[in-house]
Ligand binder design. Structure first.
Ligand SMILES: Nc1nc2c(ncn2[C@@H]2O[C@H](COP(=O)(O)OP(=O)(O)OP(=O)(O)O)[C@@H](O)[C@H]2O)c(=O)[nH]1
Ligand SMILES: [Mg+2]
Length: 461
C-alpha cells in the first residue's frame, strides 16, 4: 500500500560505516518544525531561506544536550528532491551521531522512511516520472561509465520525452477515430483513416526501434556476462588474470586446474564485464572435473560473449572443436594464446571453421595482446552500431516488455483497419497502446508496480 503522503519521513541517507560526514534527511510537512526544535541557534521562521546552509548544533530538545555539530540545509517545497519541505542535517559520519540524530527526528514526529520512499514521493508529487525514479537507482548502481551515462540520460528525462512523444501522437489519432465513431454522419475536416494508419505504422516503427535498444541497454546496466572457455591448459585462467591485472585464479601446468567457476568484474573501455573463468572442456576427467565441465556448459548458455581460447603452440584437436561446438550460436571472440611460443596451430583452418572471424593472438602469461583483445571485445559488443552518446537506451526489462505490448496493440489497430472492422476496435487498441506506454512513465500504475520498483532501493534514497 502507498503510505499516506501526509506524514513526514526521515532516514540516514549516507551509507553505513564511518565517514567524514553523514546525512540525515527529513521530508514532509513537519520537516521545518522538527528542525526548529532540534537546531540551535533557534531558527527564526521569517528569516528561513531555502537552500541556504547554516552551521549550528543538533540538540536533544528535552535535555538540551548537544548531540553533534551540524550543517542544516533546508530545501522548501516545491524546490526539493521530493517536492516537499526537506531538511538535511549534515553531521559527522559516525554511526552513533547519525543514529542519535535520526532517533531525535523520529521522536519529534517523523517516521522512518521505507526503502526508496524519498524517490517515490518525488514521483507521487509529480516532480519526476517513473522512468526517472528508476534512473535514480540505476545511477547509484552503475559500475561503468557506459551504464552511468545511460542512467543519467534517463534521469534527465530522455526516455520520458520519447514515450510522451509516442503518447501525444497516439492521443491525437485516437481523438480522430473517436470523432468518426461519435459523429459518423459529419464530414470530418481532418486526416483520412488511411493517414491515421500510416501514422500508427510510423509510431509503431519508432516504438519497436526503441525496444530493440534493450539488447545494448541491458548489457550496459547489468554488465556483459563473458565466459572464458577452451580445453584444459590453454591458458584461460592466465587470461582472466591478465584482464584483471592481478593473479586471481590459480594457474598451473597441470591440465584440469580450474574446477569451479570463478567470476570477476572488470571494466573494459567503459563497459562492465562479468568475466567467468571455467573448467576446461574435455571428455575424460574425474568426477569433480566432470561436474566442473557441466557447470561450464551452463555458464556458456547464459553468456553474452564467449572468449574461446586456443593454445597456439599446439595443433588443434578434438577438444578444441568440442569447445567451439559448445559455444555455437554465441558471440565468440577466438583467442589464440601463447604467442610467445612457436606457432603450431593451423590458424587459417581455425579462421575457416569460424567463418572468417578475425583471431586475436595474445600471450596471457606475458600480458601481450591484451589491448587488442579489449578492442575486439568492445567492437563485438557494440556491433549493432547504436550511438550510445546520442540515443536513449532501454535498460530495463519492464520497459522493453511494455513497449512490446504497445507495439502489439498498434499491430491490432492496423489489422482491424485492414479487415475493415468497426472503428471501435481501432479505438480500443489505441487506448490499450496508450495504457502500456503510460505504465512505463507512470501515467497509470498500481501499488504493486510501485512496490516492485522501489523495493530495489536502499533506505534513505
Ligand atoms: N608460454 C606460455 N605459457 C602460458 C601462457 N598462458 C598460460 N600459459 C601456461 O599454460 C599453463 C596453463 O595455464 P592456465 O591458465 O592454468 O590454463 P587453463 O586453461 O586455465 O587450464 P585449466 O584450468 O586446467 O583448464 C600454465 O603452465 C601457464 O603458465 C602464455 O601466454 N605463454
Ligand atoms: Mg584454469
Amino acid at each position: 500500500m502507498t503510505p499516506s503522503i501526509q506524514d513526514t519521513i526521515a532516514a540516514i541517507s549516507t551509507p553505513p560505516g564511518e565517514g567524514g560526514i553523514g546525512i540525515v534527511r527529513v521530508s514532509g510537512p513537519e520537516a521545518l518544525s522538527i528542525a526548529r526544535k532540534v537546531f540551535s541557534p533557534a531558527i527564526d521562521p521569517g528569516s528561513l531561506e531555502s537552500h541556504k546552509a547554516r552551521v549550528g548544533k543538533f540538540v536533544n530538545p528535552h535535555t538540551g544536550e548537544k548531540i553533534d555539530e551540524v550543517v542544516m540545509l533546508p530545501m522548501l517545497k516545491p524546490n526539493s528532491f521530493t517536492a516537499e519541505d526537506v531538511v538535511e542535517f549534515h553531521c559527522h559520519g559516525g554511526r552513533l551521531s547519525l543514529s542519535l540524530i535520526l532517533r531525535e527526528a523520529l521522536r519529534q514526529g517523523a517516521r522512518m522512511a521505507e526503502p526508496g520512499e524519498f524517490t517515490k514521493r518525488a514521483f507521487l508529487n509529480g516532480r519526476i516520472d517513473l522512468t526517472q525514479a528508476e534512473a535514480v537507482i540505476s545511477v547509484i548502481q552503475s559500475t561503468s561509465e557506459g551504464s552511468l551515462r545511460a542512467a543519467v540520460k534517463q534521469l534527465e528525462g530522455g526516455l520520458r520525452k520519447e514515450i510522451s512523444g509516442f503518447r501525444e501522437g497516439l492521443i491525437g489519432l485516437l481523438a480522430r477515430v473517436e470523432a468518426d465513431i461519435d459523429f459518423p454522419e459529419d464530414e470530418i475536416e481532418s486526416i483520412s483513416l488511411e493517414e491515421v494508419a500510416a501514422r500508427v505504422k510510423e509510431i509503431r516503427g519508432r516504438i519497436k526501434a526503441l525496444g530493440k535498444t534493450y539488447q545494448q541497454g541491458r548489457i550496459l546496466r547489468e554488465g556483459v556476462s563473458t565466459a572464458i572457455v577452451g580445453r584444459p591448459n590453454v591458458g584461460k585462467s592466465s587470461l582472466l588474470n591478465a584482464l584483471l591485472n592481478y593473479d586471481r585464479a590459480i594457474v598451473a601446468e597441470v591440465p584440469g586446474t580450474t574446477r569451479d567457476i570463478i567470476e570477476e568484474a572488470v571494466n573494459v573501455r567503459g563497459i562492465a564485464l562479468n568475466i567467468i573463468d571455467t573448467a576446461g572442456i574435455r571428455g575424460n576427467g574425474d568426477a569433480v572435473e566432470m561436474e566442473g565441465i557441466r557447470r561450464t556448459r551452463a555458464v556458456l548458455e547464459g553468456a553474452d560473449l564467449v572468449l574461446a581460447v586456443f593454445d597456439g603452440s599446439r595443433e588443434m584437436d578434438a577438444e578444441d572443436l568440442e569447445t567451439l561446438a559448445a559455444a555455437a550460436g554465441k558471440k565468440i571472440i577466438p583467442v589464440v594464446n601463447k604467442r610467445d611460443l612457436e606457432l603450431r596451430m593451423d590458424t587459417d583452418r581455425l579462421r575457416e571453421i569460424l567463418g572468417g572471424a578475425p583471431l586475436v593472438l595474445i600471450s596471457a602469461k606475458n600480458r601481450e595482446g591484451i589491448y587488442e583483445l579489449e578492442d575486439a571485445i568492445h567492437q563485438k559488443i557494440w556491433d549493432s552500431g547504436i550511438d550510445l552518446t546520442e540515443n536513449v537506451l532501454i535498460t530495463r526489462m519492464r520497459h522493453e516488455e511494455k513497449l512490446r505490448k504497445a507495439s502489439e496493440a498498434l499491430e491490432g489497430v492496423l489489422a482491424s483497419m485492414k479487415d475493415s472492422l468497426p472503428l471501435e476496435f481501432m479505438a480500443a487498441d489505441l487506448r490499450s497502446a496508450l495504457d502500456w506506454l503510460g505504465e512505463i512513465t507512470g501515467e497509470s500504475f498500481t501499488d504493486e508496480v510501485l512496490d516492485r520498483i522501489f523495493s530495489e532501493f536502499c533506505i534513505g534514497k
